[in-house]
Write a protein that binds this ligand. Structure first.
Ligand code: 2BA
Length: 109
């Protein structure tokens, strides 16, 4: 069995979970926060048998899009004439980050 930790944007999470459920694949949704942008994102935990792995990857690829987020480059700079701010940086985010782990044991007790 494989455990897929999938980090996606909040905007894609609902569609992804629906698409997985539509194919009989179970998932658990966790609220998470990215360390770089410090913005909310969603982590889905998906446990599947190994032959299903490629199907999950394909569903993630179909449902999660790359977007560009604006990030302020630095704190405002105070100068004699006023306050200057750097233009925001455009940061590409997603489609999705996947970690695929091997599961030693899966129990439902
Ligand atoms: P964040 O850490 O908020 O990162 C958002 C996006 O910022 C990243 O998108 C990447 O394009 C950019 N970025 C991150 N660190 C950067 C850096 N040091 N310099 C320049 N740009 C940087 P994604 O790569 O699509 O990642 C989306 C989210 O997935 C991340 O949100 C983070 O929550 C998670 N993630 C990505 N790689 C990870 C890793 N190796 N371990 C754990 N979580 C990861």
């Amino acid at each position: 069995m494989k455990l897929i930790l999938t980090i996606v944007q909040d905007a894609d999470a609902g569609r992804l979970q629906e698409a997985l459920a539509g194919q009989g694949l179970q998932s658990t949704k966790l609220a998470s926060t990215g360390g770089f942008l410090r913005e909310g994102n969603t982590t889905l935990i998906i446990g599947v048998e190994e032959p299903e792995l490629e199907r999950v990857k394909a569903i993630v690829q179909e449902t999660c899009r790359q977007r560009t987020k604006a990030m302020s480059a630095s704190s405002p700079v105070h100068a004699l004439e006023g306050v200057f701010t750097s233009p925001p940086l455009a940061v590409p985010v997603g489609g999705a980050i996947l970690f695929v782990l091997s599961v030693d044991e899966f129990l439902r007790l």
